[in-house]
Design a protein around this ligand. Structure first.
Ligand SMILES: [Zn+2]
Ligand SMILES: [Zn+2]
Length: 172
């Protein structure tokens, strides 16, 4: 749940404001002026009309929030966020959004040495040379800190503390 609320914070406040504003622009006039005069819906009790109108149009808020998420998320991933936001809005049937979630780059992590955020995953920080990502001593591919064996060549990996020292070939 904490991860979910953390992700929610990626959505800019503007997206919530726009979403709820659009929601009220749809629902309030519909509920006050249109539904009572509708041949079918007019026969419904007032609370039933309210439930239908105010329920159905919640999707407007959800869609705008999702577009806001694409904007905020692409920005923090250092992707072309304006392009992705426009694709998410204008490609119909949410295909732009689906494409975004398939193609998005991994989240860049700030360098623990200097705080510089590099888009691509490198073994060392290009600015200060801090080891960012351990690599396999045999095949030099990037390995995850939790791995006991290299997933590419099967090499048994040393403990994280010694991994950097045993790995001088990558520095050059
Ligand atoms: Zn650095
Ligand atoms: Zn390897």
């Amino acid at each position: 749940m904490s991860r979910f609320t953390k992700e929610l914070r990626v959505i800019p406040k503007t997206a919530w404001v726009v979403g709820w504003f659009a929601y009220l622009c749809f629902t309030v006039p519909l509920f006050i002026f249109v539904t009572p005069t509708d041949r079918e819906l007019g026969k419904w009790p007032r609370w039933g009309q309210a439930l239908l109108i105010y329920g159905i149009f919640l999707f407007v808020v959800a869609v705008v929030a999702l577009i806001g998420y694409v904007y905020g998320d692409a920005k923090r991933r250092q992707m072309r966020y304006v392009m992705w936001t426009l694709l998410a809005i204008f490609i119909p049937n949410a295909i732009g959004m689906i494409l975004y979630f398939i193609l998005r780059d991994p989240l860049p992590k700030p360098c623990p040495g200097c705080g510089h955020v590099e888009k691509a995953r490198f073994p060392f920080c290009p600015r200060c040379g801090t080891l960012l990502q351990p690599t396999c001593p045999k095949c030099d591919k990037l390995v995850e800190p939790t791995w006991a064996n290299c997933a590419y060549c099967g090499q048994q990996l040393p403990e994280p503390a010694t991994r950097a020292a045993q790995n001088p070939s990558v520095a050059t």
